[in-house]
Design a protein. Structure first.
Length: 170
């Protein structure tokens, strides 16, 4: 498995859809996963450490795990099937291991809150990982794309532009 970190949450300009950029720690590949706006917002909140008056779903998951004496030890992005990514939560309790299937966006949101490593299966990273051009991903300290306040503003703009009819399927 390849360990990754959340490089950024961006909005794809072509589709106006949020995308997670998971960058490998010991390499130069990035896995891009499109997610929904609510999930992207939950992830941006975790990155920023935003406190909300009542727990969000991912906060609740962490609290339930803690209350049950379970620990999230890893998150693994496992597969891509028919344009849908799959992930797993790897839990331990009393020396026993449990693996739960989930959406990558939920896995990342929980991992960020629980400060748990995120991995991508080797074969998946080899097949889908991209090397982004230097001008696409600059590491300058002046880069506003990684500023949490800028991310939240971008998501607010995205959410303001959503039309409920965009989610209706025939």
């Amino acid at each position: 498995m390849v360990e990754v970190h959340l490089k950024a949450v961006r909005v794809d300009l072509g589709s106006n859809t949020p995308v997670l950029l998971l960058e490998e720690l010991l390499g130069d590949r990035t896995l891009a996963i499109f997610v929904g706006a609510p999930e992207a917002t939950a992830i941006a909140y975790a990155v920023q450490g935003v406190e909300v008056p009542r727990p969000m779903t991912h906060d609740l998951i962490c609290k339930v795990l803690e209350t049950l004496g379970a620990k999230l030890v890893a998150v693994v992005i496992t597969d891509l099937i028919e344009a849908t990514y799959f992930a797993e939560l790897h839990l331990e309790r009393d020396g026993e291991t449990f693996v739960l299937s989930c959406r990558p966006s939920d896995a990342v949101a929980v991992a960020l809150r629980a400060v748990t490593p995120i991995y991508v299966e080797d074969e998946l990273m080899a097949a889908e990982g991209l090397v982004l051009a230097a001008d696409d991903e600059e590491d300058d300290d002046d880069d506003d794309n990684d500023d949490p306040d800028v991310l939240v503003d971008q998501f607010r703009e995205f959410l303001d532009g959503i039309d409920p009819d965009d989610f209706v399927t025939d």
